[in-house]
Design a protein around this ligand. Structure first.
Ligand SMILES: Cc1ncc(COP(=O)(O)O)c(C=O)c1O
Length: 439
């Protein structure tokens, strides 16, 4: 009788399937026992090159020692007090630091959250209170989280199936995505058309005087790393100011250096009224925030914002240590360098493989769009799945994105050395060689 050998990883995944509901989706079949820098070690002791960073969180790699120490030291002093009950210093110190990094005008205020979705929920509540208006405008291909308002603002249908009814007073514009919606126009003609579309929308879909805010990701994350054109975001800023609509920029995936600047909006020479943050901010601990102009943040009634755990002291200490470490190594500059290496390599792969329809992104936030070789606009999700599987077989942890599941996104730890980065890209290129001939 043959005996089936089950690995520790397989055994854990089987246990997971028995106790965790299917709705908690799985991006990749890896397990994680420990992590150090850009390497994740699975339950069988196998080392993986981590090109996903836990979806953009571990920008400083796994378990950066100074962050671990800060967590330990804070946990020995105070783990929880609830900021509504007792004011503690790490919360205030973190807000001060965030205001220093991301001023939103002359006076700025911050509220801390646990997650990106909570940051979005609160940003909307703040915008509605500050303007007295109900409506929110968002975009196709957007992703803002899985709580009810954040999910309503999210475009990707597969994240929303059966979860409605959704929140009312949400209106959706096509994202200014030249690759998808360029329609043969020049890029500048396309941007002009999209700016005009905004005017038409505000005449035909929703009264601008009832709109509290427009929410936009400067580079869409889950949507496939689509970058907002500069002229569009600048026109949007202007339009919002003219009409008293608040501009909310969602920096949850783009923030803290990933795009080569501390904030992606800094590439655009615009300042949002409100911005939302999470992911890389806590170095791995759950923490996010809403940053906004003080007069807007203060237009809120006491008690309408908050929660038991928001801005937990240990998470605040982790975030402070994370930001300090990011500053000490100039993380945005590292992202620029990594972005240049990645882009060069992906562009050269695009020459070899016509199935790579597009290489796009900002800084180190880059993605490739996989298409049919005969039509650069026709998604190729089957090829994407096979490439990912070939990479996973060789211990490269890499993640998909996009409405059509045909995009591979790179969220590499920004402390990765070039040699390891190139090794991971060698694995990817081998996977293309192995798989592409069938597509
Ligand atoms: C742009 C953006 N906003 C919001 C969220 C939601 O963040 P969280 O998963 O922490 O709730 C995400 C998560 O991927 C995101 O990419």
């Amino acid at each position: 009788m043959t005996k089936t050998i089950v690995s520790n990883a397989q055994a854990l995944l089987a246990r997971r399937n028995k106790v965790v509901p299917k709705g908690v989706g799985i991006f990749a079949p890896t397990t994680a026992q420990s992590g150090s820098g850009p390497i994740l070690t699975d339950l069988d002791g196998e080392e993986w090159i981590d090109f996903g960073s836990g979806i953009g969180v571990t920008a400083l790699g796994h378990c950066p020692p100074t962050v671990v120490r800060a967590i330990q030291q804070q946990a020995e002093k105070l783990i929880h007090a609830c900021f509504h009950v007792s004011t503690y210093e790490p919360y205030v110190a973190l807000c001060e630091k965030l205001i220093q990094l991301f001023p939103h005008g002359d006076a700025t205020k911050v509220m801390l959250t646990n997650t990106g979705a909570e940051a979005i929920e609160n940003a909307i509540k703040i915008a509605r209170q500050a303007t007295g208006r109900p409506a929110i405008i968002c975009y196709t291909e957007a992703f803002h989280g899985r709580s009810m308002m954040a999910m309503t603002l999210t475009s990707k249908i597969s994240y929303k199936i059966g979860c409605g009814p959704f929140a009312p007073e949400v209106y959706r514009l096509p994202f200014p995505n030249y690759y998808y919606y360029g329609d043969g126009l020049t890029e500048s003609a396309f941007i002009e058309r999209e700016i005009q579309r905004l005017d038409i929308f505000l005449n035909s879909h929703v009264d601008p005087h009832s709109v509290a805010a427009i929410v936009i990701e400067p580079v869409q994350g889950e949507g496939g790393f689509n970058v907002v054109p500069k002229a569009y975001l600048q026109a949007l800023r202007k339009k919002c100011t003219e009409l008293g609509i608040l501009l909310i920029i969602d920096e949850v995936q783009t923030g803290f250096g990933r795009t080569g600047k501390w904030a992606a909006y800094q590439h655009y020479d615009v300042v949002p009224d409100i911005s939302t943050w999470a992911k890389a901010m806590g170095g791995g601990l759950p923490i996010g925030c809403v940053i906004g102009k003080a007069e807007i943040m203060d237009a809120t009634t006491p008690g309408t914002l908050g929660g038991t755990y928001l801005g937990n002291p240990v998470c605040c200490a982790a975030a402070l240590a994370t930001i300090e470490y990011m500053e000490s190594i100039n993380l945005p500059a590292k992202a620029q360098t990594i972005g240049q290496i990645l882009r060069r390599r992906l562009k050269s792969m695009q020459v070899r493989f016509p199935q790579i329809g597009d290489v796009r992104g900002l800084g180190a936030m880059l993605a490739i769009e996989l298409v049919r070789p005969e039509d650069s606009k026709k998604p190729n999700p089957e090829l994407c799945t096979e490439i990912l599987e070939a990479c996973w077989k060789r211990n490269l942890l890499i993640l998909p994105a996009g409405m059509h599941k045909n995009i591979i996104r790179f969220l590499v730890p920004l402390i990765i050395e070039e040699e390891l980065l190139q090794k991971g890209l060698d694995i990817l290129e081998d996977a293309f060689e192995q798989v592409c001939s069938a597509y």
